[in-house]
Structure formats: structure tokens, C-alpha cells
Write a new protein. Structure first.
Length: 254
């Protein structure tokens, strides 16, 4: 959910900005034993996280396209086959400046520091799930379709996100049951993207494609998340299949 840019700035910068070669990014979810699953409390002290390699190669989309981040971020992804786990270490040299005002579910996260996840579970580059966690503890989710043109915040999935603010920055853990989302045994690589927003700096950090003319919700701009084989979706939750999203969607406000 990016910050708005003045149209005149986009046009002038785009004319002078050199062309940048875009490469597809790839990361992998680490398979863990269910008995080692982390406790979701925003404290990344579970022993299992030490076995999950982090990635940290986010780049600025705002204010400087493809610029170096002003703060370090480490992200880990793991699954035990029934749940997908995400860990975010949002380090901050000025923890007093972290914006953390929103606490209720489906709150507007724009005033706060936050992290966001995009998952294209069927890898069709048109539909995706969106999950956001604010530094104040608020969480929100949505369905994305038509390659980001449609953003439906009315969907409420079953998942958990918890945060913790320390003198090192702020930290978030997410547990997403596979039952909550539409998956296919034939699709073992998903479209995937993550974003961190440092609100006081109006800074947006994106993993895949930090182009200023590409919204985070553009599904086709996502990288790849490998290691999503042999997932157990189970039964008992009414999953919204991808093919039916058009009956529930509303146009994204701009």
C-alpha cells in the first residue's frame, strides 16, 4: 500500500532516470518440523528461526527508486506443511520514531510503520492474497485481482500476526494456516513480494521490483517463493477460490 506521489514528479523523474534491468527474485521457504513451530508473539527468540536463512535485499521505491534502505530489514519464511510462518526483523536506529498507533483489526495502516505480504498462491500473476501488519499490532488482509487493479479489503482470512517494539527496532511474526488460502498441489512455486514502510521517512522498501511506477499490489511484479510443495490444506474452512473472486471484488480507490 504505497504512499502517493505527485504526478508531475513521476513524469520529470521518469524522463531522466536511466533504464534499470529487472531480474526475477527468488527465495525459498524452509521446511520445519511441526513440533518446532514458533510461538507467534513478535519475539524472534524461537530456536527454529535460527535454522531459517533470512533475506534482506529490499530496495527503496520511495523516496529514491532502487535506492539503498536507510534501515536494515531481515525476513524469514518457513512452513511445517500446514502453516506458513513469516518473521520480520525491522531494525531501526531511532526506535522512538517508529509510528505505531493502530491496534485493531482491519485498521488503516497508512499512519504507521508496517510490513506487507503478497502471495500469488496459484502463480497466475493476476490474483493474490494481501496481508499487512502494523508496528502497533493492527493487522489487515485483502484479496487482489486483475493484476492489482481490484483490491478487496472485505475479505477476512484466519491468520495471526503479532509485533514487539524494542530498542533495536520492531519485530513481527505471522502464522498463516494453509487452510485459509487457495492452493494447488501442482503449484510448488508461488508469486511472492514483501514491503516495509518507514512512515516518518516516507520510505517504502520492496523486495521485488522497486520501480516507482509499479504498485506493490501488481501481482505480475512479484518474485518467486519456492518450497511450497506437499502442503496439507485439510478441511473445515470455507476457502474463497480464485475463480470466484470477481463476484466479491470492489475497485481499488486511488
Amino acid at each position: 500500500m504505497g504512499l502517493a506521489r505527485p504526478a508531475e514528479c513521476q513524469s520529470s523523474e521518469s524522463q531522466s532516470r536511466p533504464a534499470r534491468v529487472k531480474t526475477k527474485k527468488t527465495t525459498r521457504a524452509t521446511r520445519i518440523d511441526p513440533k518446532d513451530a514458533p510461538i507467534i508473539d513478535g519475539v524472534l527468540d524461537d530456536p527454529v528461526w535460527a535454522t531459517v536463512p533470512p533475506f534482506s535485499d529490499l530496495r527503496q521505491r520511495e523516496p529514491i527508486e532502487d535506492g539503498e534502505p536507510t534501515q536494515r530489514t531481515e525476513i524469514r519464511v518457513a512452513t511445517d506443511g500446514t502453516t506458513i510462518f513469516f518473521a520480520f526483523a525491522c531494525y531501526d536506529t531511532d526506535p522512538a520514531g517508529i509510528r505505531a498507533s493502530q491496534m485493531r483489526r482491519d485498521a488503516d495502516l497508512d499512519p504507521d510503520d508496517r510490513v506487507e505480504i503478497l502471495l500469488d498462491t496459484l502463480h497466475d500473476q493476476r490474483h493474490a492474497y494481501f496481508f499487512g501488519v502494523g508496528a502497533g499490532g493492527a493487522i489487515r488482509d485483502a484479496l487482489i485481482s486483475e493484476n492489482g487493479r481490484i483490491f478487496n479489503p472485505n475479505w477476512d482470512g484466519i491468520w495471526t500476526g503479532k509485533v514487539k517494539i524494542t530498542d533495536k527496532g520492531w519485530f513481527a511474526e505471522v502464522a498463516l494456516p494453509v487452510q485459509t488460502i487457495d492452493v494447488s498441489n501442482d503449484v510448488t512455486t508461488w508469486g511472492f513480494n514483501v514491503e516495509r514502510v518507514i512512515r516518518r521517512e516516507r520510505e517504502e522498501l520492496v523486495w521485488s521490483d522497486p520501480s516507482q511506477d509499479v504498485d506493490f499490489e501488481r501481482v505480475s511484479a512479484a518474485g518467486d517463493l519456492e518450497g511450497m510443495a506437499n502442503l496439507n490444506q485439510g478441511a473445515g474452512i470455507d476457502i474463497v477460490p480464485l475463480c470466484s473472486w470477481h463476484d466479491r471484488e470492489i475497485p481499488r480507490e486511488r
